[in-house]
Design a protein around this ligand. Structure first.
Ligand SMILES: NC(=O)c1ccc[n+]([C@@H]2O[C@H](COP(=O)([O-])OP(=O)(O)OC[C@H]3O[C@@H](n4cnc5c(N)ncnc54)[C@H](O)[C@@H]3O)[C@@H](O)[C@H]2O)c1
Length: 250
């Protein structure tokens, strides 16, 4: 058990990728805190973890607001102990042609994907430093942070921001023994993408880009999250693991 005795937090763990990652971390012995806007989703993730013999606690929180983030991590500290692993997974991809993208879509995209990562990382890192405690932070980026995507200019720009936030925070936090890395998934079948990956024409288009010939599953991200969260990756910081079936290798 590579995370036995560790406290891990997976933001947005009430659905999709966050759920897959939460289950993976719990399987390795972590106590997993699952904050989500959708408490029912977070509770369902915790139920699945406990059914599999793991430990988890659900929280309802909006991780785009500083006060809420600070209150959330204070509550987690009180109830579960100090955080060892933070997975910044919350995110949203709203499809919109570039010329039609509104200021509101831009702002939501920045807040949910990037601001949340900034706020949670800053809060957790400050607490780790105050205690002289080492830890690992894992940000969920996207291959859209590396390559342009039609209908997702705002999302691609923000995910590129998540990647450079990862690298820059890694530099500043390394002297404190805090590692910051990212995972860049390709297309993964989650509630957010269900409509697209079950549309035969869309699926065909996706598969034409994926050398491994399949769409990913949230569980495909779990191994990398466990690796980056655990001491197995003790020499890795500021790096990005791409999990996309080979999409951007072309
Ligand atoms: N699914 C994919 O193909 C794919 C590909 C690349 C990257 N990603 C990234 O993976 C992450 C998860 O995506 P998903 O497909 O599982 O999405 P999802 O919509 O299934 O899950 C997102 C979860 O985040 C929660 N959430 C949203 N805003 C929140 C907020 N402000 N505070 C707290 N919780 C909030 C939602 O309630 C939901 O439970 C995102 O960062 C996304 O950009 C997804």
């Amino acid at each position: 058990m590579r995370l036995k005795g560790k406290v891990a937090v997976v933001t947005g763990g009430g659905s999709g990728n966050g759920r897959g990652i939460s289950l993976g971390l719990a399987r390795e012995g972590a106590m997993v805190a699952v904050p989500d806007l959708n408490l029912t989703g977070a509770q369902e993730t915790c139920r699945l973890i406990r059914r599999a013999g793991g430990k988890a606690q659900a929280y309802q929180a909006d991780v785009t607001a500083k006060d809420a983030v600070q209150a959330l991590f204070q509550q987690i500290k009180t109830e579960l102990g100090e955080v060892d692993v933070l997975v910044n997974n919350v995110g949203v991809a709203l499809f919109s042609p570039f010329l039609e993208t509104t200021e509101e879509t831009w702002q939501i995209t920045v807040d949910v994907n990037l601001k949340s990562t900034f706020l949670c990382t800053q809060t957790v890192a400050a607490a780790m430093i105050a205690r002289g405690h080492k830890g690992s932070i894992v940000n969920i980026a996207s291959i859209a942070g590396f390559i342009g995507m039609r209908g997702l200019a705002h999302y691609a720009a923000v995910k590129a921001g998540v990647i450079l936030l990862t690298k820059s925070a890694a530099l500043e936090l390394a002297p404190h023994g805090i590692r910051v890395n990212a995972i860049a998934p390709g297309i993964i079948h989650t509630p957010a993408t269900h409509g697209r990956v079950t549309d035969p024409d869309r699926l065909k288009l996706y598969l034409s880009n994926i050398p491994l010939g399949r769409v990913g599953d949230p569980e495909d991200l779990a191994g990398a999250a466990v690796y980056l969260g655990s001491e197995e990756s003790s020499y890795a910081t500021g790096t990005v693991i791409t999990l996309d079936g080979g999409w951007i290798a072309q």
